[in-house]
Design a protein around this ligand. Structure first.
Ligand code: ZN
Ligand code: ZN
Length: 404
């Protein structure tokens, strides 16, 4: 049976840009391989999540993998923690966190510890511990940002923040807001007490004080979220699946779904990522796996930067890197799309649909010849990301019969 390769160019969709003579980055790019797939395949536009919804990468990828975000998306906490590279498992409680500065009387004098830029990973490492059977993991992010995950039995996300959200206020004691959350609140307060001792005595903070800089001596927690327990992808679809991604959030979602992660050296999740190495790894893995999802982040990065030329260049490099993709159409169903639009003119995600192309040998092609937002809107499909899985199963002759 045919394998499936789902290529997600992050933030691919765009709007006409004056810098490119009112074309989108995709329209302006030299993209012979993408156009080849469009000319011989089925195209269309795809609404990430639902028409008009401006989705994040987390909700879109859940949906692309066939997990309804309305059912399985439990808030930013767990997905941001995955984004920082924490191993988040179903049932974990995750928090967004800041390193802040606490005065001796408990008041917060700076919620960002002077926008500390160095050494927070050392603090984070020392804040991972076990208390009363609960494991705590902390990972530092950019500047003062961090995430914390707790893992254990009988945990709940119905707890308040310790972050007072304004300076001059005392750090809050955490309390339960819902049923059976008392133990979680109690162990969190114990943990924060321990964390304060460690942070107050930490060499990095003693050094900062010596230099007149605000110490990062309080881990301010907010937005508790329960990591969803996803039904395993293998059980749901009967497909052996794997993921190739330079960004930890997408890898984290695939790991939650029980898929294998394929590490590619040089896959950075940035503009300088080694696209050729990723495609080579994907083509090779098609022999081992029924389903592969590959995320390339560079297009989203350029969109957020508002750099239409960089986005066009990234698309051209991606197109070159997929050279030879047409040799896999006999054995595989290939799909290229985005997880949402990130127009260079708005520098953020938009609710505009994204172009999508399906191709495999023997497919009933439509009349579209080019792969871009405008051309594909006249193609065979007008679908939501939740439909993509079903169409891939059908094109690879795996769809179960509906009725007699
Ligand atoms: Zn995205
Ligand atoms: Zn983005």
């Amino acid at each position: 049976m045919k394998s499936i390769l789902l290529i997600v160019l992050d933030g691919l969709g765009d709007r006409p840009n004056p810098v490119l003579n009112n074309r989108t980055a995709l329209q302006a790019a030299f993209r012979p391989n993408m156009n080849y797939l469009a000319a011989g395949g089925q195209t269309g536009q795809m609404h990430p999540v639902k028409p008009g919804i401006r989705s994040g990468s987390d909700t879109s990828h859940l949906s692309l993998l066939g997990y309804d975000p309305e059912k399985f998306y439990t808030g930013r906490g767990p997905f941001e923690a995955m984004g920082l590279g924490l191993d988040v498992r179903g049932g974990d409680i995750a928090f967004r966190a800041n390193f802040g500065t606490r005065k001796e009387n408990g008041e917060i004098s700076d919620r960002r510890a002077g926008r500390i830029s160095n050494g927070t990973e050392l603090l984070a490492k020392d804040l991972s511990m076990n208390i009363d059977g609960v494991d705590f993991f902390v990972k530092a992010g950019v500047e003062h940002r961090a995430a914390m995950v707790m893992r254990g039995d009988n945990l709940s996300d119905m707890v308040t923040d310790s972050d007072p959200h304004e300076v001059g206020m005392k750090v809050h004691e955490i309390s339960a807001t819902g049923k059976s959350a008392e133990f979680t609140a109690e162990v969190l307060n114990k943990y924060l007490k321990e964390a304060r001792k460690i942070l107050d005595a930490h060499e990095l903070n003693l050094e900062r004080k010596k230099h007149g800089e605000p110490p990062a001596n309080e881990l301010l927690l907010r937005g508790a979220g329960l990591a969803p327990k996803l039904p395993l992808f293998r059980e749901k679809t009967d497909l052996k699946g794997a993921c190739i991604s330079g960004i930890p959030m997408v890898s984290g979602i695939c790991r939650l779904a029980g898929m294998d992660l394929i590490n590619v050296i040089g896959a950075t999740g940035k503009l300088d990522s080694n696209f050729s190495a990723k495609f080579a790894a994907a083509f090779e893995a098609l022999g081992t796996y029924d389903f592969l999802i590959m995320n390339i982040k560079a297009t989203d990065v350029a969109g957020h930067d508002g750099d239409a030329i960089a986005k066009k260049n990234a698309i051209e490099r991606i197109d070159r890197a997929m050279e030879g993709i047409q040799n896999h159409l006999d054995d595989s169903v290939i799909c290229i799309t985005g997880d949402h639009s990130t127009p260079c003119v708005t520098k953020d995600h938009s609710g505009d649909p994204v172009p999508i192309v399906f191709n495999t040998s023997g497919i009933r092609k439509d009349s579209v010849k080019l792969f871009d937002e405008i051309s594909c809107s006249g193609g065979a499909h007008n679908i939501m990301s939740g439909d993509v899985q079903r169409i891939l199963l059908q094109l690879s002759d795996r769809a179960a019969k509906y009725g007699a």
